[in-house]
Design a protein around this ligand. Structure first.
Ligand code: LLP
Length: 420
């Protein structure tokens, strides 16, 4: 993979552009994405499955910026959506709904109607109750909904508990032991058509064993379902391939695709993969400016203008994200907490991190911020959400403007009658 954020002449670049040049024009905090890296990563995953019929359906939750999604769908990528809002975004980005799959445990009637109207490829159904609602909504429109069940194989993905989804204790999917009955029920309904099986066990998975283990169980199920007379054309293997934040050594795209094809490739199914993080994570950085250096007791702080409201992963998952100065690093280092302005002690991007000496106005780049960064941001503490920039070669464009104060109060009103 090309290096999306190289250091040249001591200065961090985004592709061929000095990051400082973007920041001068756009300000901080800002997310910067590499269009070339996004495209290269999609291409690498696509190639990894080339031995079998397949589709890559990008998990749009990772980064839903229209320009990012457009970069991918323009190359033929499909989309995995989990809400009506994501479906809308995927369509606004120019995606083809016949290449969309819809996962999620709580699809509302309105969302099901929206997906039926759009003509998506497959609903990944997460309960038998949901199956009946989809059947009823499809009947009302006089259509037949293509469905698979998201089957929970009860496998531990060996990742953070908040992003483990394939254990029997999790809210996701239906237990594998109930799958045969659930498919029988689907077969008896008139307005759903069984087209496949889906499975997603978790995120930031850096070892292949749990993926292969889960798919071996799914493979047995597919054979059993076919014996029971079901047509299983599509096999959705979920997302979850991890990336390097620190020192993780996740499998390459080729190893990941190869292992999946070796496990289920002979079933003759069209495989669907739903990667989010692997495509977007290391295609983006988050850049913030140092406001103050201070120390309380023995702890040194670098207070920056970015916060947990921009990038909540360190706070929520104790996640490590690599940080480096954008300009040439100063001599000497210091162990610091990199914190934001938000009134929460949990507002940090790094704790006890050894960094070059920092001074007011220095720029810091937080790496691996392209996935679950802006997508999980908020306006808490009255903070304007950051700008987003897409870079290709030596050109860039602001693909989402920084919130203005007016954006913070959009939709609010003051009912004077109720107040006085
Ligand atoms: N498919 C389904 C059904 C999913 O639930 C997810 C992620 C994906 C695909 C994409 O997984 P990926 O390839 O990105 O690992 N906010 C957390 C990650 C939450 C993942 C939720 N589901 C984080 O920042 O680590």
């Amino acid at each position: 993979m090309s290096e999306a954020f190289p250091r040249r002449n001591g200065r961090l670049h985004a592709e061929a552009l000095p990051v400082e040049r973007i920041v001068e024009a756009v300000g901080t905090p800002v997310f910067i994405y590499s269009a070339s890296e996004l495209a290269a990563r999609y291409d690498a995953l696509d190639a990894a499955f080339s031995a079998v019929p397949h589709s890559i359906c990008y998990a749009i939750k990772a980064n839903m910026n229209l320009a990012v999604v457009r970069t991918l769908v323009a190359r033929g990528c499909g989309v995995d959506v989990t809400s009506g809002g994501e479906l809308f975004r995927a369509q606004q980005a120019g995606g083809d709904p016949s290449q969309f799959v819809y996962s999620g445990v709580g699809k509302t009637d309105a969302e099901i109607d929206q997906a039926l109207a759009a003509g998506i490829r497959m609903f990944n159904v997460e309960s038998r109750a949901e199956l009946r609602v989809i059947d009823a909504r499809a009947a009302q429109r006089g259509v037949v909904a293509p469905v698979s069940f998201r089957v929970n194989p009860d496998v531990d993905p060996q990742t953070h508990p908040y992003i483990s989804t394939g254990l029997s204790s999790s809210k996701f999917g239906i237990p594998i032991a109930e799958a045969v009955d659930a498919y029988a029920e689907a077969k008896a309904l008139e307005h759903v058509r069984v087209v496949g099986v889906a499975c997603h066990i978790g995120s930031q998975i850096v070892v292949l064993d749990p993926i292969v283990d889960a798919l071996q169980r799914i493979r047995d199920l597919v054979i059993e379902l076919r014996e029971a007379g079901h047509t299983i054309e599509l096999l959705d293997v979920g997302g979850g391939l991890g990336i390097t934040y620190d020192r993780e050594r996740p499998p390459s795209a080729a190893e990941y695709g190869g292992a999946i094809v070796a496990t289920v490739g002979d079933l003759g199914c069209h495989l669907i993969a739903e990667p989010g993080r692997w495509i977007a994570g290391n295609a983006g950085i988050f850049v913030a400016r140092v406001l103050y250096s201070k120390h309380n007791g023995d702890t040194h702080f670098a207070v920056i203008d970015g916060a947990m409201t921009d990038l909540i992963r360190p706070t929520l998952y104790q996640a490590y994200q690599r940080i480096e100065p954008v300009g040439p690093p100063r001599a000497g280092t210091r162990v610091v907490d990199v914190v934001g302005p938000v009134c929460e002690s949990a507002d940090f991007l790094a704790q006890q991190r050894e960094l070059p000496i920092l001074e007011r106005d220095d720029l810091l780049a937080v790496h691996s911020a392209g996935a679950y960064g802006f997508a999980m941001s908020s306006n808490y503490n009255g903070r304007c959400r950051a700008a987003e920039v897409l870079v290709k070669g030596d050109r860039y464009e602001v693909v989402r403007t920084r919130d203005r104060f007016e954006d913070l109060i959009r939709g609010e009103s003051i009912p004077e009658d109720l107040i006085r």
